[in-house]
Design a protein around this ligand. Structure first.
Ligand SMILES: [Fe+2]
Ligand SMILES: [Fe+2]
Length: 158
């Protein structure tokens, strides 16, 4: 009786449509990151923040590359890439900007780890490979931000 039907099984593994939907959420997070890094890298003031401001400018360029890759895969899967960023926190306080960035990167890392598993469950190994490379850079972003805030990199594995 407990044997699941093929439909139920594919629901557990996730469907192609769900993967497209989740990648579109990832894309919205990438747009959010591009905007935040463009603004923050120019608004951060003070000698102690000059190094991280330069770093954030590099992040902006990397996030754009991520957005392009994720859009390509959404299109490949037969979906339509969305055009809406998640909301960006605006503040003139350096600490608040860096905190918002770190929170977003934590969420991004958590989600991309799930996405690698979803892609592999669907046999989309090529997409999983690209997301692994993106994930590696997101973890570097996490480290840069945590270091600027004088903290350890948060454990997002739970
Ligand atoms: Fe990114
Ligand atoms: Fe990032």
């Amino acid at each position: 009786m407990s044997k699941s039907t093929p439909a139920q099984e594919s629901k557990t593994a996730g469907t192609r449509e769900q993967l497209i939907e989740h990648l579109n959420q990832d894309l919205s997070r990438e747009y959010q990151a591009i905007i935040a890094y463009v603004v923050y890298s120019k608004v951060l003031k003070g000698a102690q923040y000059m190094t991280i401001a330069k770093e954030l400018e590099k992040h902006a360029a990397q996030e754009l590359q991520h957005a392009l890759k994720i859009s390509k895969h959404i299109d490949y899967l037969g979906g339509m890439p969305n055009a809406t960023p998640k909301p960006v926190v605006l503040s003139e306080k350096a600490e608040k900007m860096l905190r918002a960035d770190l929170d977003n990167e934590n969420e991004t890392v958590r989600e991309y780890r799930k996405r690698v598993r979803e892609c592999e469950a669907l046999g989309e190994y090529g997409i999983a490979e690209d997301i692994r490379e993106i994930l590696r850079q997101e973890q570097e972003h996490q480290t840069d931000l945590a270091t600027a805030l004088g903290e350890d990199v948060p454990d997002v594995s739970r």
